[in-house]
Write a protein that binds this ligand. Structure first.
Ligand SMILES: C[S@@+](CC[C@H](N)C(=O)[O-])C[C@H]1O[C@@H](n2cnc3c(N)ncnc32)[C@H](O)[C@@H]1O
Length: 376
């Protein structure tokens, strides 16, 4: 994945952030360091109930430059899965509600995704946030995209997510990116709000940082959503409780390669970060019972939920499916034409398997085992 070619132009033209100018990047590094400490201190933020960081001009600009650049590509993954059964194919317009939109990663992600994959779709985008400065940036980005010919309109709503209700007709897609960990309202109340705001047949997409604490909170949210009648569309192929919650050290996230822009590499050096790939946790929920697996031609679909590890004499990964999470291993001497697809697996790949052999708690890929890898 790569950022859209027009993004550096928007940063320069609208916010005087020239990503080719090292001094501009250096000037933003201090604020970025403070911002990064703040965002990573999830527990501290929760106990202090702070969410005003985007009201500080320097922090907002630093967020826009670094976090918005990285976050805008994350919706592409869940959107791609929603698209798989044809959800977007016959639509001429789409109403997107972005809760906790901040300065606009969701808007940018929607525009980039639909411009590339479904350019005929007109986007009616609604951004909700408590921060007026962030909403002002969002509106400015919306104007800039429209002036570049984008087929979208942007409406911003200054409101608390837990109290927002003014969207008659409901949304086709509700997006909530990196906001769940900032919301203090009870999960059941948030689920009620989502039910009220989602249109018939709509999808809810939640993206969270791949930190253990935020990822596990998303998994707990997932389990409660299922208990309250929601269906997990993806990434899980299991509706029962999430097995990652059984062990306090486990969590679940994807890891997507990206072409890190040069200015992000410079900022990473200044910060001591290494954002070589995009790691994040996500969840897609439906109310109509729809699941990604219903569109896959796989008997018992599995999701790779760990690194794919290659060692001398064997390779292995953890997989998760309807029966839960287990380790899956293939000894190199058992590589065959029927299990060749095992080689191409990676974190969050979707696979199917026939005729594996259980060895205790581990599933062994033998010479006869058939592996399918479906690219979603
Ligand atoms: C980390 S930022 C995420 C911004 C954007 N979605 C992204 O992924 O880059 C979290 C946003 O949620 C907003 N937020 C947090 N709690 C909120 C609440 N209860 N009501 C409205 N907005 C809230 C903050 O103001 C902030 O803009």
């Amino acid at each position: 994945m790569h950022i859209p070619a027009w993004w550096p132009d928007v940063l320069r033209d609208c916010f005087d952030l020239d990503t080719r100018d090292t001094r501009t990047l250096q000037r933003n590094a201090d604020a970025l360091l403070r911002l990064s400490d703040h965002l990573n201190d999830v527990e501290g933020r929760r106990s202090r109930h702070t969410r005003s960081y985007l009201s500080e001009k320097d922090m907002l600009r630093a967020y826009l430059l670094y976090y918005t650049t990285a976050n805008m590509l994350k919706p592409h993954v869940p959107f791609g899965e929603i698209a798989f059964p044809g959800f977007f194919r016959h639509r001429s317009s789409l109403r997107v509600l972005d809760l906790g939109c901040g300065p606009g990663a969701g808007l940018l992600g929607c525009h980039d995704f639909f411009e590339k994959r479904y350019p005929h779709i007109y986007i009616e985008y609604h951004g909700v946030d408590a921060s007026q400065p962030a909403l002002s940036v969002l509106s400015r980005i919306g104007e800039s995209l429209r002036s570049r010919g984008a087929r979208l309109e942007v409406r911003s709503h200054r409101a608390d997510i837990a109290g927002f209700s003014s969207l008659s007709g409901g949304a086709d897609v509700i997006l909530m990116m990196n906001a769940l960990n900032e919301i203090s309202c009870r999960t059941s109340l948030l689920l009620q709000r989502l039910t009220a705001l989602l249109g018939d047949g709509g999808r809810v997409v939640i993206v969270e940082p791949a930190l253990r604490v935020t990822s596990r909170a998303l998994l707990e949210f997932r389990d409660q959503a299922v208990r309250e009648g929601w269906t997990v569309f993806s990434p899980c192929f299991r509706q029962a409780e999430c097995p990652a919650l059984n062990h306090a050290q486990d969590w679940c996230h994807t890891d997507v390669p990206w072409e890190r822009p040069d200015f992000m590499a410079t900022l990473d050096r200044l910060l001591g970060h290494v954002k070589l790939s995009l790691k994040f946790s996500y969840l897609v929920l439906s109310r109509d019972g729809c699941r990604l697996q219903d569109a896959l031609d796989l008997p018992g679909p599995l999701r790779v939920v760990s690194e794919y590890v290659e060692e001398k004499g064997r390779s292995w990964c953890y997989m998760c499916g309807a029966e839960g999470r287990f380790r899956c291993r293939r000894n190199t001497r058992d590589a065959s034409a029927t299990n060749a697809a095992f080689d191409g697996l990676y974190r969050y790949a979707v696979a199917g398997m026939q005729d594996g052999e259980w060895r205790g708690a581990e599933l062994l890929v033998g010479r006869q085992t058939v592996i399918h890898h479906v690219k979603v």
